[in-house]
Design a protein around this ligand. Structure first.
Ligand SMILES: Nc1ncnc2c1ncn2[C@@H]1O[C@H](COP(=O)(O)OP(=O)(O)OP(=O)(O)O)[C@@H](O)[C@H]1O
Length: 564
């Protein structure tokens, strides 16, 4: 059972809350007076009422006398009784100078307590030491001891917390099991049996073989339906109130059955940090699709990705067609996506020399910026724009760029609040070359990150060179932070000047001054880019370096037999 108790055995593990400087406390003495110099300066008389034996005073450099008094208990802690689920506060008051308070549970088990989770520990300036336990469980019952101490000594006071006044058990908590079925949890003062009733059947059945005071029961194999649960006190036989009906989807079996009926799975076509992507065929329509299988709990959120990608349509952003929870197994999701058959855009361009021209780069950069503008307009920042996530669809009249992998995306919402609240990990090595300064500096994610990544992408697409890449992660990071890059003439001689100006606008270190995709789309270079062929040698080297060892480009074998 998860616990917020500290695992530390020693009292020094207890969470100390120091009273603010200048607070007045009274005291009783403790053995072992500390020799550490006491820097706090109190005015004379702050510890009024303390005995001379329990006070220490020393003049400071400026002649002000510092007075320290050992804590003295003025209000002992009182016993508390609360109902399960309610909050309990145990408190005592002490008078002392420069004191801190720590709490321990001393019975039935001994544990030091820390502030956080369900436990709140505080010490007010007037010496009130409190321990508040939120959402009390039966296992919280016991004796709690507070120690208020300073360098001269300490005083402690204990009180008993009782959870539950006896009588009928409370309502058990019911939630969905990630692998299907339901999970029922209870924490009672007395052992109890769990019973369930399938709504519509009107019959209570026992779910436990032996009664337990606290338990978490996973009922994974319940047939689909609506269920209520109640506890029966094994001592008195009294039934507790029934929980509201909870829907059980039948352990994901139904979704897996629907999925298997509809899709026939073919070969694997891609793999990322959180997902495996497979080609499949919709047996009803004959359409080929991509199935992105995401394992829950690795930082990926297939539900959010589906929500974003199914919101509307833009030719440059892959479309989501469906989401199957608990497929292909419990704890995983299958996202059904439009299949992009041409593979990564840069791989395709590097392998098609006559087509690889500045004009082609301009065409696809325009498509990329348009896709990003559409996402940003819909309050979505992609945050992972890099060659592996920029594919090309070759089935139409002109090659069409498709942005995939919204697994790192954030929904920025009004004023970007959603993005600011989102925890973002430092960029992985494959992402670093495309990460803006504010990303490597750990700032909150924002749409402006995508514009920077588009600038790096355009630089790479035109030359095959990575503008910030250096010998080590540290050096690459330093180059990004300093925005240290250049346009070496030997690689840029044949490229229109205008393209460099566009890259400079996108690689602006200050996010507020950085060219947004919409403004970048106005650049005349998109219409002026010449049809001059570009050398693919460097680009091939760039792509080989980024390809995981042993991975060919499986996507090139993906084109449907109908595509030519
Ligand atoms: N709709 C699609 N059509 C074809 N291939 C795709 C599609 N979606 C993804 N892929 C391929 O699968 C690879 C992995 O997919 P994706 O990037 O979405 O996985 P991920 O685990 O979220 O990646 P990351 O490591 O960036 O988090 C992609 O780089 C791409 O090559």
């Amino acid at each position: 059972m998860p616990t917020e108790w500290s695992t530390g055995e020693h009292a020094c593990d207890a969470y100390d809350v120091a009273a603010p400087v200048g607070s007045a406390f009274n005291v009783c003495t403790r053995q072992g007076l500390s020799k550490r110099p006491w820097g706090l300066k109190l005015r004379r008389g702050a510890g009024a009422g303390a005995s001379a034996a329990s006070a220490a005073a020393e003049p400071g450099a400026d002649g002000v006398v510092t007075e320290l008094r050992a804590p003295e208990l003025s209000e002992p802690a009182a016993d508390v009784t609360v109902a399960p689920g309610a909050s309990a506060t145990v408190s005592c008051r002490a008078v002392a100078t420069r004191a801190s308070a720590s709490w321990r549970k001393t019975a039935p088990e001994t544990r030091a307590l820390r502030h956080g989770g369900r436990f709140a520990i505080s010490l007010s300036p007037d010496g009130l030491a409190t321990l508040t336990i939120h959402a009390c469980r039966a296992s919280d019952a016991g004796v709690y001891c507070c120690l208020v101490s300073n360098e001269l000594g300490g005083v402690q006071s204990s009180a008993r917390l009782t959870v539950g006044a006896g009588g009928a058990p409370s309502v058990p908590a019911v939630r969905a099991h990630p692998g299907g079925g339901l999970v029922v949890q209870w924490d009672e003062p007395a052992p109890a049996h769990l019973e369930y009733c399938r709504v519509g059947e009107g019959e209570w059945r026992r779910a436990t073989e032996t009664p337990a005071a606290a338990n978490t029961l996973a009922l994974e194999e319940l047939p689909a339906g609506q269920y209520s649960f109640r506890l029966i006190c094994s001592r008195s036989g009294a039934p507790g109130p029934a929980s509201g009906p909870a829907a059980c989807g039948g352990g994901g079996a139904w979704q897996r059955e629907q999925f298997a009926r509809r899709y026939s799975v073919e070969e694997e076509i891609g793999r990322g940090r959180t997902a495996r992507v497979l080609a499949a065929r919709d047996t009803g329509t004959g359409q080929r699709v991509a199935l992105k299988q995401v394992v829950a709990g690795r930082g990926a959120d297939a539900v959010r990705e589906y929500r974003i990608l199914s919101r509307g349509a833009h030719g440059g952003v892959v479309r989501a067609l469906a989401l199957f929870a608990e497929v292909p197994r419990a704890g995983a999701h299958s996202l059904v996506l439009e299949l992009v058959g041409g593979g990564p855009l840069l791989d395709w361009a590097a392998g098609a020399p006559p087509l690889y021209t500045q004009q082609l780069v301009a065409l696809h950069t325009r498509q990329l910026l348009s896709a990003l503008d559409w996402l940003h307009n819909n309050n979505v920042a992609h945050l992972d724009v890099r060659p592996e996530n920029i594919l090309v669809e070759l089935g139409g009249a002109t090659p069409q760029l498709k942005l995939v992998d919204l697994g790192s995306a954030v929904e920025t919402g009004e004023g970007g609040a959603g993005a600011a609240g989102r925890e973002v990990l430092p960029p992985a090595p494959a992402q670093l070359e495309f990460a803006p300064p504010e990303c490597v500096l750990g700032r909150p994610p924002a749409a402006a990150w995508d514009a920077w990544a588009a600038g790096v992408f355009l630089y790479v697409f035109l030359t095959g060179l990575s503008p910030f890449l250096d010998e080590s992660i540290e050096e690459t990071t330093a180059n990004i932070i300093k925005c240290d890059y250049c346009f070496p003439p030997e690689h840029w001689a044949g490229v229109a000047e205008r393209a460099q100006a566009l890259i400079r606008g996108l690689l602006e270190p200050a996010p507020a001054r950085r060219l947004a995709p919409r403004a970048a789309l106005q650049d005349p270079w998109f219409d002026e880019a010449p049809t001059t062929a570009l050398s693919a040698t460097q680009l091939k080297t760039f792509l080989d370096r980024r390809r995981p060892a042993g991975h060919g480009n499986a996507l090139h074998s993906l084109r449907s037999p109908n595509d030519t």
